[in-house]
Design a protein around this ligand. Structure first.
Ligand SMILES: Nc1ncnc2c1ncn2[C@@H]1O[C@H](COP(=O)(O)OP(=O)(O)OP(=O)(O)O)[C@@H](O)[C@H]1O
Ligand SMILES: [Mg+2]
Length: 134
């Protein structure tokens, strides 16, 4: 899975912290798609020039993957709809994308018995996958 992740990882401004001591039983292609969706978002919507941080860790039979970026906090009303399909906001309509990325990512998390959650404040925006390793 790390190989999949590294293939989809752009070179610049991405700091990784991996601590994967347990094998993770998963559909690697799907989890790579989830990761790619989060990473593309962080790179697209985060503050340019600030690093994106990726953390992947296994502890207590749980696999946790976080993608963190800087930038303006996501407004509360948008946060509430983030994981719904076609949630793409009006101001981004001119850009590419359908607003399906987070919906798909959340469905992949669910299919693995896990969750995808988000938090956003003045300091950073963070998306976190938590799932059992098997
Ligand atoms: N890391 C992030 N920081 C700030 N805003 C974000 C972040 N990730 C998502 N968003 C906001 O949430 C919206 C929905 O994201 P989502 O990935 O579901 O769709 P999209 O990126 O617009 O399109 P698609 O992923 O289908 O190409 C985005 O348009 C953006 O406004
Ligand atoms: Mg997206």
């Amino acid at each position: 899975m790390i190989a999949e992740i590294e293939v989809s990882k752009p070179e610049q401004l991405i700091q990784t912290q991996f601590d994967l001591s347990l094998p993770v039983y998963c559909d690697a292609n799907r989890v790579a798609q989830l990761f790619s969706n989060l990473l593309r978002n962080a790179v697209s919507y985060g503050k340019p020039g600030e690093p994106v941080i990726v953390k992947a860790i296994t502890t207590n039979d749980t696999f946790t993957l976080s993608v963190i970026n800087k930038g303006e906090p996501i407004p509360a009303e948008k946060m509430a709809k983030l994981f719904q399909p076609f949630s793409r906001s009006e101001e981004n309509k001119g850009q590419q994308g359908l607003g399906l990325g987070l919906y798909i990512a959340a469905e992949i998390a669910k299919a693995h018995g896990g969750t995808l959650t988000s938090s956003s404040d003045n300091k950073s925006t963070k998306f976190t996958l938590e799932m059992p390793v098997r």
